[in-house]
Design a protein around this ligand. Structure first.
Ligand code: GDP
Ligand code: MG
Length: 407
């Protein structure tokens, strides 16, 4: 008996080579998917390892022991060996019926081969003949199931891509969506290339016009005041623009002082707003400024009254330049509440903060997919004014896929 192993890309390729090299009587006795070695193997399509067997010429000339053989060995002993091995094969094949795990199926098939080859010194002809009978059984079970998967590369890679996304905290709904889009892409590209394209399409970034009144809204502690100070620093110090600062955050102890301290350091006009009238006056007093940055109180998105109150202040600012600030460290479920709760404020851009505090960047995708509003800035640390960035969709894809780092 000749047993040969083939490493191929498709089952078609395997069949062609097996027929050519071993002939039409060859039997496939196992097949399994294997990865190429190294890191690249993780992202590329798997190969298939196929093991095929055929009786060689010498064996063909020998009479088949299974049909009243003339072997000189003790026939009872031989039959016992055959029976044991045949029973073992049958048992294993029977188990395949209940086995839905393909890797275990392949392992079991390998066991069959193992048992067959162990016996082959003594009674390979008998076993070969039995194996021919088993061929139909095996192929109607796991082998056929495996074969049906081989033609669809996305099935092979799906779990790898899912794993990458899962490891980067992309939420399960988005993962499903991404996989579906990859499947719908019928081009010749690899699934990893398709993944990059799909992610890039999902990530909407905008270059905000930093002029007129700019309002930052969002929950407490996400970094609104710090981000305002960074934007102010960038505009006033680096670009030499006339910038004014207003805060309506009189709720939290120390909030006014926090922004005032930045205003003092940068020598910028600063106003505190306690009520609606103050808001009008404060805005009026900043007529000279090219840019007025307005800081707000962090409100719970679950408290509709608080959000409605905030809305009246935001409407007074009369601007389309409203940024929702969200921390990348916020739990996904909470993030969804915030995005929806703040929607009545009509924010038109998202700022994601604290990217320096996370090692996975799926949160950016989750936020943008939930809000369907483009990203303007990301904040990457506490340093004013340096730790703020505008990212391209490409670089965000790089972050999500672990090809890039933020700091
Ligand atoms: N690590 C890190 N900390 C930040 C970032 N942005 C703000 N912070 C810190 O988060 C805390 C709350 O920021 P603050 O601006 O007061 O948040 P606000 O309540 O939304 O105004 C402060 O200690 C900031 O220094 C960031 O991008 N990364
Ligand atoms: Mg604040």
């Amino acid at each position: 008996m000749i047993i040969k192993r083939y490493i191929v890309n498709t089952m078609n390729e395997a069949m062609t080579r097996i027929r050519y090299e071993l002939g039409r009587d060859a039997v496939i006795i196992s097949q399994r998917k294997i990865r190429k070695p190294g890191i690249k193997g993780f992202f590329s399509a798997k190969n298939i390892e196929v093991t095929a067997a055929v009786e060689n010429e010498v064996n063909e000339k020998k009479p088949k022991t299974v049909n009243g053989n003339n072997d000189s060995r003790n026939s009872n002993e031989l039959n016992n060996i055959e029976l044991n091995s045949i029973e073992a094969i049958k048992k294993v094949v029977q188990q395949e019926n209940d086995n839905i795990n393909s890797s275990r199926v392949v392992q079991k098939q390998n066991n069959i081969v193992h048992k067959v080859t162990n016996q082959s010194d003594n009674n390979s002809e008998n076993l070969m003949s039995e194996m021919m009978e088993m061929k139909t059984m095996i192929s109607s079970l796991s082998l056929e199931r495996e074969l049906s998967q081989v033609g669809t590369p996305i099935e092979n890679q799906k779990s790898d891509i899912e794993k990458i996304l899962f490891d980067n905290d992309v939420d399960s709904e988005n993962i499903e969506n991404i996989i579906r889009k990859i499947k719908n892409d019928k081009t010749e590209k690899t699934d990893f290339e398709k993944l990059k394209i799909v992610l890039k399409e999902m990530i909407d970034v905008t270059k905000p016009k930093l002029e007129g009144r700019i309002v930052l809204v969002g929950p407490t502690g996400v970094g609104k005041t710090t981000t305002i100070a960074k934007i102010a620093g960038r505009l006033a110090l680096a670009e030499g623009k006339k910038v004014g600062l207003i805060t309506v955050d009189t709720y939290r102890i120390g909030a006014v002082e926090q922004l005032k301290a930045y205003a003092d350091i940068m020598n910028l006009p600063f106003k505190v707003v306690y009520n609606m009238n103050d808001m009008d006056k404060a805005i009026e007093s900043m007529n000279e400024c090219e840019v007025v940055l307005i800081d707000t109180t962090g409100r719970s998105s679950k408290n509709k009254m608080q959000i409605a109150e905030l809305r009246t202040f935001v409407e007074k600012a009369d601007t389309k330049n409203i940024h929702l600030v969200l921390s990348s460290t916020t739990k996904n479920r909470d993030m969804k509440y915030i995005v929806e709760g703040y929607r009545i404020l009509n924010y038109n851009s998202i700022i994601v903060t604290k990217l320096d505090e996370t090692s996975t960047y799926g949160s950016i995708l989750n936020i943008l997919e939930t809000a369907k509003i483009p990203l303007s800035f990301v904040s990457i640390g506490q340093n004013v004014p340096d730790d703020i960035k505008e990212l391209s969709a490409d670089s965000i894809v790089g972050l999500i896929l672990g090809e890039d780092t933020i700091c």
